[in-house]
Write a protein that binds this ligand. Sequence first.
Ligand SMILES: [Zn+2]
Length: 280
Amino acid sequence: MTYIQFLGAAGTVTGSKHLVNTGGFQVLVDCGLFQGQKEWRERNWEPPPIPAREIDAVVLTHAHLDHCGWIPRLVKAGFSGPIYATQPTIDLCGVLLPDSGHLQEEDAAYANKKKSSRHSPALPLYTEQEALDCLRYFQPIGVGEVKRLNPDFTFSFVRAAHILGSAMAEVTVRAGGGPHFLEYRTYRFRAHSMYDPELYRDKQEVEEWKKRDPIPNLIERLKQQNLWQEEELSRMEGEVAREIQQSVEFAEAGRWEPVEELTRFVYSEGSPAKTQSAQS
Ligand SMILES: [Zn+2]
């Protein structure tokens, strides 16, 4: 039987994990961290509902941690298949995932120092080294390239804006004789609200959080170590701005489908096969 299981980003916007099962072949579309309130963050510690080693592949749409930040944990739980993403997404994950591991270690060390955790000792969800170790599973897929993972599961990336490297995954699964088309759509050209963290943190926490923002910190560190010159930084910022501009123009040139169209293949009274035969 073919089905999709929503393992995250349901009832909340973080923790994106969608398991597509085509009769035993199992692909996880995105593998994100739950972020925000504690009741959600605690879910990061739960094991996946199926053994991680039985997941055949991961398809990753973009490098935000709520979409990729659980990958080291999945690998820790036994996953060892390929992780498909665009090259810029892989490059970003190479920076963000080890940094996330580093922050997890810092949080655990802080909790141990302050004795603020009910666990003794408090442990990181994964370490910087564990995040580095999972990078070898990444495989680049070009936008528009059609990748067949098995006779029943094919996908390709469609360019999306949002952040550098973002893609929507168009997945075609074969179920009950006919192929079905799924589209995994991420934000189209919307950015995250800058105010998201302020909804669940007090003022002081927001200030602390800003000081720990990984991107300015990384830039600062690279400058201090003489690994990044000012002119190189402005060249890259220019490239990124152009890439974003192109992506936004591409997205804005597209049309918004009517809502009925969006949900036509998502909500179904019976099985997709029955719905199809009822239509024909
Ligand atoms: Zn995102």
